[in-house]
Design a protein. Structure first.
Length: 317
């Protein structure tokens, strides 16, 4: 789905009476309507040899040409930051983000982010919104992220995420014994008092997380979490609300806590775990018509794997 530089088509009679921007949005559905409107406004859409206007009504049969033109985003600079690229093809990147790496530049983090790394790795990403990033992970969550390499792929991935068609599976280590797997429901919104945090609140946005227990240890549970929706901090908020905060989660009650029944060595390791023990372990994209789904996996990072290995060494585990 790589971008071409020149689009040519004949407007079908079935679109007679439509505005030019509406007709082009149907002819070229791989591009967003706002992007097509931008091209029309900037004079890059030629209708039967003349510059088209958004409000032009088409009769059908006209020849339309669009010169694809995208100004690179110059707000962010490229930086030689190491990337763990799990998959790359002509339209898509899948990267395994380490814990501690911020995704987007922003207040307090103008550089040193995943965006800066991507722009160095593939400079053409400057012409794709947000350097191709279509979803996010918290700074201290590790794991897989999708990156679109062109406008058409970016639009398609955003649509798939909105349709809840992208499979996103995480591994987490939480405090306490989760009795069984199941479904966690709870509308999520801004915390009424702590405005940098989220919470399960009346009037929040509907959110659903599915969990499955992998193994229980003294005072800990290793589990899988699958997102049905994708709200900010969703897994962290849902598990904390259920009484099982993520080990190391400074915002939602999991940092500095001791697991009940663990030996002193494991207790100290859990108390001092420096980040939320959450890893985006698997991504699945639905295949196009007649094609199989595509999936990518990333093993647990060393810090989580070492904590589980320590837990397994505790007598009775």
């Amino acid at each position: 789905m790589s971008d071409r530089t020149h689009l040519v088509a004949t407007i079908p009679k079935a679109l007679a009476g439509a505005r030019l921007d509406q007709a082009l949005a149907q002819l070229f559905p791989q591009y967003s309507r706002s992007r097509i409107q931008q091209w029309i406004r900037s004079g890059h859409a030629i209708l039967d040899g003349r510059r088209g206007r958004q409000k032009d009504l088409v009769d059908g049969g006209e020849r339309v040409e669009i010169q694809i033109h995208v100004e690179p985003d110059e707000r962010w600079i490229a930086e030689p930051i190491e990337l763990n690229v799990v998959h790359e093809d002509e339209s898509l990147l899948v990267v395994n983000k380490p814990a501690g790496l911020v995704v987007h530049p922003g207040a307090g983090n103008p550089a040193g982010t995943l965006v800066n790394a991507l722009l160095h790795y593939r400079p053409a990403l400057a012409k794709v919104p947000r350097a191709g990033i279509v979803h996010r992970l918290d700074k201290d969550t590790s794991g897989l992220m999708l990156v679109a390499k062109d406008l058409a792929t970016h639009k398609r991935l955003v649509e798939l995420i909105a349709e809840r068609a992208v499979g996103r599976e995480y591994e987490a280590i939480v405090l306490g014994h989760v009795i069984s797997g199941g479904r966690l429901d709870g509308a999520i919104g801004r915390h009424p008092l702590k405005r940098t945090r989220m919470a399960v609140v009346p009037g929040g946005r509907v959110a659903t997380t599915h969990i499955r227990v992998i193994r229980r240890y003294p005072g800990l549970t290793h589990l899988k979490a699958r997102l049905e929706t994708g709200r900010t901090h969703q897994i962290r908020v849902h598990l904390a609300h259920a009484g099982h905060p993520l080990v190391g989660d400074r915002s939602y009650g999991g940092y500095g806590k001791s697991p009940l029944g663990a030996d002193p060595v494991l207790k100290q390791a859990v108390r001092s775990f420096p980040r939320q023990a959450l890893h985006a372990a698997k991504l699945t994209l639905p295949g196009s018509e007649g094609e199989a789904d595509r999936s990518w996996s990333a093993p647990l990072p060393a810090d989580m794997a070492e904590l589980l290995e320590l837990a397994r060494s505790v007598p009775g585990s």
